[in-house]
Design a protein around this ligand. Sequence first.
Ligand code: GRF
Length: 201
Amino acid sequence: MDLGILISGRGSNLEAILEAIGSGKLDARARLVLSNRPDAAGLEIARRHGVPTAVVSHRGHSSREAFDALVVARLREAGVTTVALAGFDRIVSRVLIDAFRGQVVNIHPALLPAFPGLHAQRQALEYGVRIAGATVHFVDEQTDHGPIIAQAAVPVRDDDDEASLSARILSEEHRLYPAALQQLACGAVRISGRRVIGGQP
Ligand code: GRF
């Protein structure tokens, strides 16, 4: 699996993926880390791991599709076959989804279909759920939507605030994302209707 990882910021999921590759837990090659923001801390993580980086600003394009066409070009040049969104703060269009059909995945810090969109952990606390978590899913045209590959649950504690719940979910993300990608890499995953068979590590 030739991975392209799209980021916008911190890059802790990126780091978990690169470490899983380094330790042999994830059978993939990281071909490119692409950020839409030049100051994304994750770019430094990529450089430290010797992974090529690219910055394609989302600003100054006539449309989301025009931006995505540039992103697709950079990913293709780098030999990417599978695209992992890891804290990428843009909604992707059909241009990217169609270019890597069935090979674009995302991680979201909630048990989808609950709490898509921004501030998922805050939404979970405000709603009052007792179980929160993270979801890895194939990407379709809707935000935080598409066939679910794998999920992990964490308890919500009485004294949680957004920071403590986010930290508990994030540590599960770091385990779940590389493990779900490994299921993809070894061909264990297939789609049956709306369901994904074989993704849950
Ligand atoms: C993660 O919580 C991920 O689920 C969400 O954005 C955050 C990215 O964090 N999509 P990081 O950049 O991987 O540290």
